[in-house]
Design a protein. Structure first.
Length: 494
């Protein structure tokens, strides 16, 4: 087999692969195609599967047979051509057949998008802004005020309603003079100023007194969950039954004794300060992972192939679709409710998809440069975790795993080790010590704006590398594989 690779002009990371397969390697697939067509056609005087090739050519046409042969030839020789040429495709090829005839070489071209070159910045010193880990007096006071609020009491008052009061009331809503479903309640406690009701409702209660009845005019918001009420003008008839105000406990040593393990307020404040500062330190440590990944990703330069972005959009769209299914609805209903199109729905994932693709490419490049790879011990450790989580023995899990499963698990663990490597390079510094770096992809962004809306013709399904991967997903894959295998076995037995 002969392969030839040429760059496609004006298209970055795209090549044209020309493949020529010798006739003797093509004929087995063509012979197979004749047998398949023979099984499908009905020709008087011949049983199915027993129609000679010359009769098929006469009655059906040679073109139909060649089309059938392509179903075997492309999957057979395209991967071989990729391997022999040494290129790394990232999307489905656009294939054109130049020649397919009996006793002649099979010639086809494949337009292929390649994994781009990744130019890393300095990833061995990752500077992240250090945030204050000392608790201020204001933060301590706010935390204690929250504790006071939890131990507050509601006391009845004999005056008109003020902002911040709690009002016990009955209400009934009317749309066009008629009560509507879900528009009434009795003995409902409402905090004035909490903005927990329809906009404009709480404000119109201010000034009312216990025993008073009022009509309140409001308009439901445009995004209200009930479409029958969205943007509709309604009237609520309310009855004020009781007005209460919140009374906070006195801030003293007795309060500290009642709500904590301390005898004095000062001891309690000191403990709150320690707790807040410990939390701040943990939060700063927690920023290491995302901060390290974002730093290295933003500092890298890549021309991101749109085919990879489209694949990631497919993945994100499918994730969202699965959420809809769990909520007993479907994408068509959701789009109708939102007044959106399928293309518009997909576009909302584009920015996140581009970020994920770039992140994965950068992490893969770091992993490659640093020669990071998960060991067999790492895999055994992860399988042990899976075993404990799924109540399956490790030997059972391994028996269910294919070579592809092991490869995928190793790649994910390698990715996690790469993230750990980057985290180890983080150094917290004062914000002014961090250099502001120019955008790396300004030219690419210009091109992206110019080409916005361009539809990709071919999309390949590829499971993206995800550093946040929960490996229990692999166990789910095993379960699906088992079910499919049992189903196939059952079909065979029948």
């Amino acid at each position: 087999m002969k392969t030839e690779v040429t760059n496609v002009e004006d298209e970055k990371n795209v090549v044209m692969l020309k493949v020529e397969v010798p006739a003797e390697k093509v004929m087995p697939s063509i012979d197979k195609a004749y047998r398949e067509v023979s099984k499908k056609v009905r020709i008087p005087g011949f049983r199915k599967g027993k129609v000679p090739p010359r009769i098929i050519d006469q009655m059906v046409g040679e073109d139909a047979v060649m089309d059938e042969a392509l179903n075997d030839l492309i999957p057979l020789f395209y991967p071989e051509a990729i391997e022999s040429s040494g290129i790394e495709p990232v999307s489905q090829p656009k294939v054109d057949v130049e020649q397919i005839e009996k006793d002649k070489p099979f010639i086809f071209t494949a337009k292929v998008e390649l994994k781009p070159e990744v130019k890393l910045g300095d990833y061995k010193v990752i500077k992240l802004p250090k945030v204050a880990t000392k608790a201020s007096k204001k933060e301590i006071d706010e935390h204690i005020d929250k504790i006071r609020d939890r131990f507050s009491e509601l006391k009845p008052v004999k005056r008109a309603v003020k902002d911040g009061d709690y009002v016990l009331l009955d209400f009934e809503g009317f749309l066009d003079g008629k009560p509507f479903d879900g528009g009434s309640a009795s003995d409902d406690m409402l905090e004035i100023g909490s903005e927990s009701f329809i906009p404009g409702f709480e404000e119109q209660i201010i000034g009312a007194k216990a025993g008073e009845e009022r009509d309140i005019d409001v308009t439901f918001p445009k995004n209200y969950h009930s479409k029958d009420l969205a943007e509709k003008d309604v009237v609520f008839h309310i009855t004020i039954k009781e007005i209460k105000t919140k009374k906070l406990p006195k801030l003293d040593d007795d309060f500290a004794k009642n709500v904590s393990k301390f005898d004095t307020l000062e001891e309690m404040k000191a403990d709150v300060k320690k707790e807040l500062e410990t939390r701040k330190e943990k939060e700063q440590e927690a920023t290491k992972r995302d901060g390290a990944i974002d730093y290295v990703t933003e500092d890298a330069s890549i021309d991101i192939p749109q085919g990879m972005v489209e694949q990631q959009i497919n993945s994100l769209s499918e994730e969202f679709n699965n959420i809809l299914k769990r909520e007993k609805t479907d994408l068509e209903s959701y789009l109708k409710e939102q007044g959106d199109t399928f293309q518009g729905f997909r576009e909302q994932f584009r920015e996140e998809a581009e970020k994920r693709v770039k992140t994965n490419l950068v992490l893969e490049e770091v992993m490659k440069k640093e020669k990071i790879e998960a060991s067999d011990d790492d895999i055994d450790e992860e399988l042990n975790r899976l075993s404990e989580k799924s109540d399956q023995k490790i030997d059972e899990i391994k028996a269910e795993m294919t070579e592809e499963h092991f490869d995928y698990l190793r790649s994910q663990l390698s990715m996690m080790k790469t993230v750990d490597y980057l985290i180890s390079k983080v150094k917290f510094v004062k914000p002014e010590e961090i250099e502001k770096k120019p955008a790396k992809d300004s030219e690419k962004e210009k091109e992206k704006i110019e080409k916005k809306g361009k539809k990709e013709e071919e999309i390949v399904e590829e499971r993206p590398v995800d550093p946040d991967m929960d490996f229990s997903d692999i166990a789910k894959d095993f379960e699906v594989d088992q079910q499919e295998q049992k189903a196939e076995k059952g079909d065979d037995e029948q």
